[in-house]
Design a protein around this ligand. Structure first.
Ligand code: OAD
Length: 239
C-alpha cells in the first residue's frame, strides 16, 4: 500500500481501467466470478448479435433485469474514491461497465468502452435513444423505422467505437500511473490498455480480490475489495 501511495503521490495524470468488480459492492453482479452473469446465461445467447437475432425477447429479459438492478444501485466507496482522485491531477476512467456509476459518483472524464445500458439503439437505422422506461416493453420499436431497439452496448464479436478506442489509447499511453481495478482482464481490447501502458514503462497498480493476467506485469498488486482498498489508497495521497 505504501508503494502504491507513493506512486499515486507523484502522478499528475492517472488512467484507470475498471471492470465489473468495482460495481460488485454496489450490488451488481460481475460476469466471471462464481455465481456471476456468465454462469447463469450463455454469452452467445445474450451478448451477441446472433443471439439477439435468434431470440430478442430473451436478450431483452436479460438487459431489462440489468437495467432494473442498475437503476437502484448507488456508487460505492471505490467509485467515490476514484472520483475524489482528481484534485491537482487529470484522471481518466476507462470503464468496461455499462452501469453509469462512475459518472453518478462524480468522475468527469469517463470513457465507456462497452457502451451504456441506459441508451438503446435501433438495430436497423442506428438511431440512439436515451430516455426509455427502465424495463422496456417487448418488442421495443424504433420511432423512425420498423427496426427493433437493442441495448447500446458492445456485444461479443462487435468492434468498439473508433473514437472511444482513440481516447482510451491516448489516455493509457500518456498517463504517469495506470490503475486496474476489478477486472478479470480477459476481454480485449479493454485489457490491452494496461499492457500498452506497461510497454511504455508506466507503472501499473492493480486492485482486485484475486490475481489476474495483469498481475504479472504490475508494479504493485493490492489484493482485496476495491471498496476498502481504493479509499485507503486515496486517503493519504498528499499531493
Ligand atoms: P469479470 O466478471 O470478468 O471480472 C470481475 C473481476 O472483478 C474479477 O477479477 C474479480 O476477482 C474482481 N472483483 C469482484 N469483486 C471485487 C471487489 N469487490 N473488489 C475488487 N475486485 C473484485 O468482469 P469484467 O472484467 O468487467 O463485456 O469483464 C469484462 C467484460 O466481459 C465485461 O465488460 C463484459 C464481460 O463479458 C461485454 O459484455 C462486452
Amino acid at each position: 500500500m505504501d508503494q502504491a501511495r507513493q506512486l499515486l503521490r507523484g502522478a499528475r495524470k492517472v488512467c484507470v481501467l475498471t471492470g465489473a468488480g468495482i460495481s460488485a459492492e454496489s450490488g451488481l453482479a460481475t460476469f466471471r466470478d462464481s455465481g456471476g452473469l456468465w454462469e447463469k446465461h450463455r454469452v452467445e445467447d445474450v451478448a451477441t448479435m446472433e443471439g439477439f437475432e435468434r431470440d430478442p425477447e430473451l436478450v431483452w429479459r436479460f438487459y431489462n433485469a440489468r437495467r432494473k438492478a442498475a437503476r437502484t444501485a448507488e456508487p460505492n466507496p471505490a467509485h467515490l474514491a476514484l472520483a475524489g482522485l482528481g484534485a491537482g491531477r487529470k484522471v481518466t476512467v476507462l470503464t468496461q461497465n455499462v452501469d453509469g456509476l462512475h459518472q453518478k459518483a462524480g468522475s468527469d472524464d469517463v470513457v465507456e468502452l462497452h457502451g451504456n445500458i441506459w441508451r438503446v439503439r435501433c438495430s436497423q437505422c442506428a438511431a440512439v435513444y436515451a430516455d426509455r422506461p427502465v424495463e422496456l416493453p417487448f418488442p421495443p420499436r424504433c420511432e423512425r423505422c420498423p427496426g427493433m431497439l437493442r441495448p447500446d452496448v458492445v456485444w461479443f464479436g462487435e468492434l468498439l467505437d473508433p473514437r472511444t478506442l482513440a481516447l482510451a489509447e491516448e489516455a493509457a499511453v500518456s498517463c504517469d500511473l495506470f490503475l486496474v481495478v476489478g477486472t478479470s482482464a480477459q476481454v480485449q481490447p479493454a485489457a490491452s490498455f494496461a499492457f500498452r501502458a506497461y510497454d511504455r514503462g508506466i507503472p501499473v497498480v492493480e486492485v482486485n480480490k484475486e490475481p489476474t493476467p495483469v498481475s504479472n506485469l504490475v508494479a504493485v498488486s493490492l489484493i482485496g475489495l476495491a471498496g476498502t482498498i481504493l479509499p485507503a489508497l486515496v486517503e493519504n495521497r498528499g499531493n
